[in-house]
Design a protein around this ligand. Structure first.
Ligand code: WT7
Length: 680
């Protein structure tokens, strides 16, 4: 591959992907793509199905470095709903991400970091730089009493120190729990309490859409550290803003890093240990701590870097996901480093200072593989085609999407305007719980069909089942499941809540079938004997708001704390850009005569404070009652139908059918009401 400064790449314009002459809207890799790709033979599906354990054993050996061997016949040990991969073997994630590449690639860029302010220079961290910083940081953490198995809470944005701190945790076997910066300090507190974490690593602040977001100040205002009894808080200076530092408890990162030992032995992590915790939304108000392994997780993530992203040493990979989400963990940080590649990190907003920012970054740095979310594409598309026109996207080879189904219209725009009809566009399905991608078309095999995610990956046994547990026929819809032996990167448990683990994933169809919580359609198309699957979205009380997973119950808990509120039900309302937005049905106490604008403000404030700005509700209906079952469970299905303008279905199960008429007319303040009067 050449370098493209001021001119198109030598082979620009050549196709990586081509439309099927017979079937419009179905695309296949060109010969050129197949030649380049690590995997281009559809036989891989049959081979992996025939000997799934052998498939994973082979890739486990090739993908990462191990400090030993797994026990004979223990590629996977199944005790559903628990399972353990590569039993008895030992490894370390920071060793695999860094040390392993030093011999051949110590001067290669591991991370290219682009700050949001346009006048600030980018930073490049080579593998050697990372090695030095991570070792020091590991010693800093040790000095603060952090040990193997200690939970370390990290509330940090997309800056290089976040990668360093996370890798330092891995080096000593501590479990990081990274919290998204658009959550509220209250969310940090909840997660620290649940994990019994005694240390918080954060920043003074960072830039987002030109604003200074001051994290440490917000932690102090909410008295999080006092409330959770934190022993230490480490503060990275990003803004150099004035923050309060409590003597003996709070330390500046740069001061701790000064003069600390340069090398730290990587801790041995076995198949019985864990790699990290990541809290995600479930069907209750409390976020749940998904526990990931180390070795098995690394195998899944490293393999998908090559299998799904076809990442070669000369690629520049950009996953736009924030580190606070699993996509940031697996594909902005660990995945690219596991395979010794270069990962681009950008601190800020896609539309800052204008809607060309992302496109400029692709052009300027020559990104070859670009991974993002449909909501971002829709927002940037809505900003207008003028921001993309005339740009040089010739470096791009592969586009990929994640987070929610990508609708064919958005798919087409992304494919045409950014991929210039040359690049493959894959739709990757997975979850926090699966740790890595489990379903997607493969770039060297195809096909690429707008609106259809693709087949399960080789070695992963997915299916679509009906309510009785029977596999549906082609053309039918049902629920997405993963069958034994599951996938190495999948979750190993739920922190301190084994019963929740069983209830959420292993009770619908029993302990041998993982229930993902998404609906899907088995299309009539196949590749390598595998059906292509279209994902239709969550079937439980979880929303995907702008690609972010938010539990309806978390918002409900925050709002029902308000004095005026008797009850509240939250459902996802379709939104042209964000996919879904939280819509609230609020029952106020009788006699409450607060003006709507004021009530709206109180509600928004409560949600932003308890859950975070990312969950800000957009619509509130004030109603006299919400429909409930005999046992008192809110029938969200009805409310969902209402906000979606869908048929409302059978309501005979409601114990209070009188409210339905009123709901259908939408009450007190008349009609769907956009939340008003709140200035963020
Ligand atoms: C939920 C998981 C995994 C990274 C992002 C979100 C939805 C994810 C797709 C896709 C349709 C998708 C599902 C899933 N989802 N990718 N390609 N097509 N839906 O991780 O926060 O754990 O959310 O995101 O509903 O269950 P997460």
């Amino acid at each position: 591959m050449g370098v493209n400064v001021g001119r198109k790449l030598k082979d620009a314009g050549k196709q990586w992907v081509i439309e099927d002459a017979k079937k419009k809207g179905v695309y296949w890799p060109t010969e050129r793509m197949k030649e380049k790709a690590y995997f281009s033979d559809e036989k891989i599906y049959a081979e992996a199905s025939k000997d799934t354990r052998g498939f994973w054993a082979k890739h486990a050996r090739e993908s990462i470095g191990w400090f030993g061997e797994w026990d004979a016949d223990k590629v996977v040990e199944l005790e559903p709903p628990y399972f353990n991969w590569f039993v008895g073997n030992k490894t370390n994630l920071s060793y695999n991400c860094i040390d392993r590449h030093l011999e051949e690639n110590r001067n290669k860029a591991a991370l290219i970091w682009v700050p949001e302010p346009v006048d600030e220079a980018k930073q490049v961290l080579t593998y050697m730089d990372l090695y030095r910083e991570v070792n020091k940081c590991a010693n800093v953490l040790k000095g603060l009493g952090v040990k193997k198995g200690s939970p370390v809470t990290i509330w940090m944005p997309m800056i290089p120190e976040t990668a360093i701190v996370a890798l330092a945790c891995q080096r000593i076997g501590a479990w990081h729990s990274i919290v998204y910066t658009a959550f509220a300090p209250h969310a940090v507190r909840e997660r620290m309490e649940d994990a019994e974490s005694k240390i918080l690593i954060t920043v003074d602040g960072f830039y987002r859409r030109g604003k200074r977001i001051e994290l440490k100040r917000r932690i102090d205002e909410a008295q999080v550290l006092e409330k959770v009894g934190a022993e230490n808080c480490v503060v990275v200076r990003r803004l150099n803003s004035e923050v309060e530092m409590k003597e003996g408890r709070d330390f500046y990162y740069d001061e701790l890093m000064n003069g600390v030992e340069a090398y730290c032995d990587p801790e041995i992590i076995t198949s019985d240990d864990y790699g990290f915790l990541l809290y995600t939304s479930g069907t209750t108000g409390k976020p749940k701590g998904v526990m990931h392994s180390c070795g098995a997780y690394s195998v899944g993530v490293a393999l998908t870097m090559k299998l799904v992203f076809d990442l070669h040493p000369d690629d520049l990979f950009w996953s736009t996901a924030d580190i606070g989400w699993i996509t940031g963990h697996s594909y902005a940080l660990y995945g690219p480093l596991l395979v010794g590649a270069t990962s681009l990190w950008y601190e800020g907003a896609p539309d800052y200072p204008d809607a060309a920012r992302w496109w400029e970054l692709i052009e300027k740095y020559g990104v070859t593989i670009f991974y993002t979310a449909p909501t971002a594409i829709r927002a940037l598309r809505a900003a207008g085609d003028k921001w993309v026109e005339g740009r040089d996207f010739s470096s791009l080879r592969l586009l990929a999407s994640v987070g929610e189904p990508i609708d064919p219209d958005t798919w087409k725009w992304f494919f045409e305007k950014i991929g210039e009809r040359r690049c493959a566009l894959i739709d990757t399905y997975w979850q926090t719980e699966t740790g890595g991608i489990i379903l997607s078309s493969l770039p060297g095999i195809g096909p690429f069909v707008p609106g259809v995610a693709g087949p399960a990956l080789p070695g992963v046994h997915c299916d679509i089942l009906d309510e009785t547990g029977e596999a549906v026929k082609p053309g039918e819809s049902g629920y997405l499941v993963v069958k034994t032996p599951f996938a190495p990167s999948m979750l190993r448990g739920m922190y301190k809540k084994p019963e929740k683990y069983v209830e959420e994933y292993w009770s619908e169809y029993g302990t041998e079938i993982y229930f993902a919580g998404d609906g899907g359609i088995k299309t009539g198309m196949e590749i390598g004997g595998q059906p292509l699957i279209k994902i239709t979205g969550r079937i439980d009380d979880v929303m995907e708001v702008a690609g972010h997973r938010i539990g309806t119950a978390e918002i409900e808990d925050a709002v029902s704390d308000l004095d005026e509120v008797v009850e509240v039900a939250v459902v996802g309302k379709p939104d042209a850009i964000k996919g879904e937005v939280p819509a609230l049905f609020v029952v106020l106490k009788s006699g409450v005569e607060v003006p709507k604008a004021q009530m709206d403000r109180e509600i928004v404030k409560a949600v932003r404070e308890k859950v975070g700005p990312v969950a800000t509700p957009e619509v509130a209906y004030y109603v006299a009652d919400v429909p409930k079952t005999e046992s008192g469970k809110i029938i969200r299905r009805f409310l969902k139908g209402l906000v979606r303008d869908e048929a409302l279905g059978d309501m005979t199960t409601a114990q209070n059918p009188e409210c339905l008429k009123e709901l259908a007319e939408i009450t007190k303040y008349r009609g769907p009401q956009k939340i008003q009067g709140y200035n963020a």
